[in-house]
Design a protein around this ligand. Structure first.
Ligand code: BMA
Length: 325
């Protein structure tokens, strides 16, 4: 008998996209950014790894977001190391945010440079032409997304720099999307035996709800044989997003299905995007499975918030408990 809440139900057609669906030769496709287009069709900007091991981004479009994908016949956003040397070893893990003020989609992605992964930014209106900003957060940094609107007049970027103390989630602010500062720690990896000890990162861009920014984040548990990538939830203040209101104790989604447990990298579920249905509640989460394919799971924003209330604590309460134990 299952004794835990199922917040995301896997689609029976999973995995919905894999290398065999691709119109050109690739190794694998996973970790896709997602958005709805003006005609309400779904666009996935997929991380595609070629048979050198380098990644590029390729757009796939579908009317129902499940099947009938129209996949670009060649890389939609290839790495361009001639102009952007930081893209030498490819570009990975895009997160898409539609920005109403700009009437453009912002794509934050990982550039794999000689110095490690950094965060790059591009804008697009149609996922055909892209305006590249280059690196906005130098290595070692990744797992980034732009918030869809300014906070107190400034653009806000969530990202995950590596520090000697661990891999924690930060937020930074900018007047123009190019110059970034006011860096603030947003969510810390826990320590010890926790499922999200030592290394966490934002997964898809946060979901704006009336109660706050709802974030799905990944926690990496290192085991003697490998790592397990699982997903948890946290809620942040709408106008002061570095302030965590509630954080879930346990993970709420983890590798269980065969396509999540086995592949190029075992035991990985890694969502970079979602769409929300017209009801404003149903969330369609697109996630990379075992760095080998793209899978889909459905949830409810209302249920995610209710689960946090029942299974979460404020960060202050958490700090207190850490001190007591
Ligand atoms: C992370 C990222 C993801 C990848 C995951 C598991 O660090 O690089 O792109 O899916 O590792 O390999």
């Amino acid at each position: 008998m299952i004794q835990y809440d199922i917040l995301f139900a896997r689609h029976p057609a999973n995995p919905i996209l894999s290398a065999k669906d691709w119109p050109y030769s690739i190794n694998s496709v996973f970790n896709a950014g997602a958005t709805l287009l003006p005609d309400k069709s779904t666009l996935l900007l997929c991380r595609v790894e070629d048979r050198r091991g380098h990644s590029h981004l390729c757009a796939a479009r579908s009317v129902n977001g499940v099947d009938g994908w129209q996949i670009d016949g060649k890389p939609s956003l290839p790495a361009d190391p001639e102009k952007y040397p930081e893209e030498l070893w490819g570009i990975e893990d895009p997160r898409i945010t539609f920005v109403p003020e700009l009437q453009k989609y912002a794509i934050a992605y990982t550039s794999y440079s000689r110095g490690g992964p950094g965060v790059s930014l591009a804008l697009t209106k149609d996922f055909r032409a892209y305006e590249r900003f280059g690196v906005i957060m130098p290595p070692d940094d990744k797992d980034a997304a732009l918030l869809p609107r300014r906070i107190n007049g400034f653009w806000a970027l969530i990202h995950r720099p590596m520090t000697p103390l661990g891999a924690h989630i930060w937020i930074s602010y900018s007047p123009d999307l190019r110059h970034w500062g006011s860096h603030k720690l947003m969510l810390e990896a826990r320590r010890g035996a926790w499922w999200d000890a030592n290394k966490i990162g934002m997964s898809p861009p946060p979901i704006e709800t009336p109660r706050g920014w709802l974030m799905i984040y990944h926690g990496v548990r290192r085991t003697p044989s490998s790592s397990i990538y699982r997903l948890g939830l946290a809620l942040f203040d709408l106008e002061q997003p570095e302030k965590c209101l509630v954080r879930g104790d346990s993970w709420m989604f983890a590798p269980e299905a065969d396509y999540e447990r086995h592949g190029d990298v075992q035991d990985v579920v890694f969502p970079c995007g979602y769409t929300v249905d017209a009801d404003g509640d149903t969330i369609n989460l697109y996630y990379g499975a075992a760095d080998s394919s793209i899978a889909l799971a459905h949830g409810s924003i209302r249920c995610l918030l209710a689960w946090l209330d029942a299974n979460g604590h404020s960060e202050q309460a958490h700090d207190r408990r850490q001190r007591q134990t």
